[in-house]
Design a protein around this ligand. Structure first.
Ligand SMILES: Cc1cc2nc3c(=O)[nH]c(=O)nc-3n(C[C@H](O)[C@H](O)[C@H](O)COP(=O)(O)OP(=O)(O)OC[C@H]3O[C@@H](n4cnc5c(N)ncnc54)[C@H](O)[C@@H]3O)c2cc1C
Length: 352
């Protein structure tokens, strides 16, 4: 099936990988990304299982390996910061871990010569017709395409437009947290430190820059709407959760307020009865996010993209059967990852 026009919303892992495979198979692909340029922020992401086959098929595995963070493991520490146990590197870093910005750059470099990327824009409306779909944008002119793919992450706009509001689709796992980088006050060297209290988890790990470390402060909460609150309110929630913590926590709370790479996120999953609606289909976190506690988001996005592309390529003009086959093949894998995500949240003491 050539010349089929596909519009992908989101230039993240799933969107760029899907763009690569669809272009290879003769589709006419455009990617619209809300961010003004390539996103160069983010923590480390890791790869597990069949994701390696996808990286190999894309021809980027060697390049990805060159950015291996080479983590050596994580020390479990008590309230005073004294080591009481160790976790192997795989616990947080999978079989291979690289900084997310490197993965974004690799996928962009791979696809950019052949794919039209439109930055700084977002889909605002979708109107389905029997033979096409009309897409409206915040900035660009409306256009007709054959298929629209929502690869726009946990709070997918395409999903909201084609499937309904986030409430009822997003399932908060009872845990939220903040991420930031700060000076490497723990002297971490390709390693991490994990301190778990009653409903809190502090995880600090080496950053790309040896003088810095990445910090995640997570806490049990039954308030999923914190994601949408102003930063001041999010900081207040983190400070309340870690109020009675000693060791380096007061310093980290100050670092949080000073951080210019502060991000707040909740462990949430996406649950849908169907991943497609007419000419619209979802891939990656947008369709079946398993939550960061599963540690499978990147692998799942890559595998989802390849699976969808394979079925679209073999189904000819019958996109409906391609979407059905994609979902039938991938749903058991996604369900299993979501189970791991729920168990991970429970292990961190999430409040569900
Ligand atoms: C705190 C945290 C820690 C994590 N840790 C890990 C880990 O250790 N290992 C792991 O494998 N995964 C981890 N993940 C998950 C991983 O980052 C994601 O699951 C993975 O990136 C999913 O890829 P995606 O392409 O579906 O979504 P994303 O990578 O989120 O990409 C979505 C893209 O869509 C864009 N977008 C959003 N809205 C719009 C719009 N309206 N229009 C156009 N574009 C839009 C975004 O800017 C972004 O570029 C973590 C996630 C979080 C939040």
């Amino acid at each position: 099936m050539t010349d089929t026009k596909v519009l992908i919303s989101g230039a993240g892992v799933a969107g760029a990988a899907l763009a690569h495979f669809l272009h290879r198979d003769g589709f006419d692909v455009t990617v619209v990304e809300r961010a003004p340029g390539l996103r160069d922020s983010g923590y480390a992401v890791d790869f597990r299982g069949a994701a390696f086959d996808v990286l190999t098929e894309m021809g980027v595995l060697d390049e990805v390996r060159r950015h291996d963070t080479k983590m050596r493991g994580t020390a479990l520490v008590n309230a005073e910061g004294i080591e009481v146990g160790r976790l192997p590197a795989e616990a947080f870093a999978g079989e291979l871990e690289i900084p997310k910005p490197e993965l974004t750059r690799i996928l962009y470099r791979l696809t950019e010569p052949d794919i039209t990327y439109v930055f700084d824009d977002s889909i605002t409306a979708l109107t389905q017709h029997p033979d096409r779909i009309t897409v409206e944008f915040a900035c660009g002119a409306p256009r007709d395409v054959d298929l629209v793919v929502g690869a726009d992450g946990l709070f997918s706009t395409v999903r909201r437009l084609a499937f309904g509001p986030h409430e009822g689709i997003l399932q908060h796992l009872g845990m939220s947290g903040v991420g930031l980088t700060t000076g490497n006050i723990l002297g971490l060297d390709h390693s991490g430190v994990l301190q778990q209290g009653d409903g809190t988890a502090l995880y600090a790990f080496s950053a790309t820059d040896a003088d810095r470390m990445s910090v995640s402060l997570s806490f049990a909460t039954a308030a999923p709407t914190l994601d949408r609150c102003p930063r001041s309110e999010q900081e207040r929630a983190v400070r309340a959760a870690f109020a009675d913590h000693g060791w380096v926590v007061p310093q980290l709370l100050d670092a949080m307020s000073a951080a210019d790479d502060f991000y707040f996120s909740s462990s949430s999953q996406v649950h849908l009865n169907a991943w497609s609606n007419g000419r619209v289909v979802l891939v990656g976190d947008a369709g079946y996010c398993a939550a960061p506690t599963a540690g499978m988001g990147t692998s799942q996005a890559l595998i989802g993209a390849r699976t969808l592309a394979r079925h679209l390529a073999s189904a000819g003009v019958d996109h409906a059967s391609a979407f059905a086959a994609y979902e039938a093949e991938l749903r058991p894998y996604a369900a299993d990852n979501q189970r791991i995500g729920r168990e991970g949240a429970a292990a961190f003491g999430a409040r569900t």
